[in-house]
Design a protein around this ligand. Structure first.
Ligand SMILES: NC(=O)c1ccc[n+]([C@@H]2O[C@H](COP(=O)([O-])OP(=O)(O)OC[C@H]3O[C@@H](n4cnc5c(N)ncnc54)[C@H](O)[C@@H]3O)[C@@H](O)[C@H]2O)c1
Length: 344
């Protein structure tokens, strides 16, 4: 091992050995980085036009949190159709049983568990049961989420804490529990359902947006740890949808629905499935979310405020009803408003 002297900075080599940095070694690193950058850039342009082949999930154990409704339920049905073994977690066991009933219609293999993902010890306890009763989880989908939809000043402290526990901390507990086996086998996939509000904030959603910004950061660094750690068989996918018609944001209105339309659950899940099956690292639905995120990074802050005000971010939540006042059809019958019926 060569130790750096007082003037030169040391850097770790791929083998973890401290090597001496010289002007030449930095130059070579820059050339290699440029080469890798160009390859990555060309590959992503190629993938824009030609989708890579889907991976097989037949027989894989797929765990979905918040599977009793909306996006989670639909994901369960899609993975079930592909022959995966589903492990379905929800705090609402009646809603989860309904998902199970829908899965039975096409003989999908599934296991239902009641679990409050916001409670660390419960995640560990139910996680141990899953390992014993079903096996090693290969695909983990952190989907459970809640929202209060009130101004910061009117949001009770315990609600703020609960949103962080369910929307963000739960990701830590599930990933810490299931990822070690994925790393040991160098085989697995962690999917985190964040939101477009984890990239660009919306009025009256402080704790929700902050928790989703947290999921974005969590997934980014998790992917670094896996990639830089050499665990190339364990993938991550960050999902950032805008408004989806599941009932979670019941009552909210988009100002220009022809630019940012409310998303159908079926369309959203089709895009998420495509991203997972092709090991895509991040997906924004619709694509225009990438553009808003880009604008945010290049425009002066005040100029960007005018854009989001124009697009209704200031008033999106004004007509919010949410789940507490609207026991939506979806929880019991399938999908919201009759727009999205479950195809079995
Ligand atoms: N609906 C949207 O417009 C939208 C947009 C972007 C992102 N998202 C995100 O997508 C995910 C799914 O949202 P959805 O619209 O399908 O919501 P949903 O309300 O239809 O489903 C959420 C499910 O999570 C379960 N859940 C809630 N708290 C739980 C807990 N503590 N432990 C276990 N399960 C719990 C609920 O019982 C429910 O079945 C959420 O993370 C949400 O933040 C939703």
């Amino acid at each position: 091992m060569v130790l750096p002297d007082a003037e030169d900075n040391g850097a770790l080599s791929k083998e973890g050995v401290l090597k001496k940095e010289t002007k030449m070694s930095i130059f070579i690193d820059c050339i290699e980085a440029l080469k890798a950058f160009l390859v990555a850039y060309m590959t992503s342009i190629w993938r824009f036009f030609v989708s890579p082949p889907n991976k097989s999930v037949t027989g894989e154990i797929v765990l979905i949190t918040g599977s009793g409704s909306g996006i989670g339920r639909r994901l369960a049905l899609e993975f079930g159709k592909l022959g995966a073994v589903l492990v379905l977690w929800d705090i609402d066991d009646k809603a989860n049983e309904e998902t199970g009933n829908l899965m039975k219609k096409f003989d999908a293999k599934f296991h239902l568990y009641k679990c409050d993902v916001g409670i660390k010890d419960e995640v560990k306890k139910v996680g141990r049961r899953v390992k014993e009763e079903v096996g090693d989880v290969a695909i983990l989908i952190n989907n459970a989420g809640i929202v209060s939809g009130t101004k910061l000043i009117n949001t009770p402290d315990d609600m703020i804490e609960k949103v962080f526990r369910v929307n963000l901390l739960a990701h830590y507990w599930t990933v810490k529990f299931f990822m070690p086996t994925m790393i040991r086998k160098n085989h697995g996939h962690i999917v985190n359902i964040a939101s477009s509000t984890g990239l660009v904030g919306i009025n009256k959603l402080t704790e929700y947006c902050a928790s989703k910004f947290g999921v974005v950061g969590f997934t980014e660094v998790l992917s670094y740890e896996l990639i830089f750690g050499g665990h190339d068989g364990v993938h991550t996918t960050l999902v950032c949808p805008s408004y989806v018609e599941t009932g979670m944001f019941e009552g909210c209105k988009m100002r220009f629905p022809w630019i940012l339309p409310p998303l159908k659950v079926s369309y959203t899940v089709e895009k998420i499935m495509q991203a997972i099956l092709t090991n895509q690292q991040m997906i924004c639905i619709p694509r225009s979310i990438y553009f808003f995120t880009f604008l945010k990074t290049i425009l002066p802050v005040e100029a960007f405020h005018e854009i989001i005000k124009l697009f209704g971010a200031a008033n999106f939540m004004d007509s919010f009803i949410g789940r507490q006042n609207s026991e939506t059809e979806e929880k019991t019958n399938g999908f919201h408003n009759g727009h999205d019926t479950v195809k079995t």
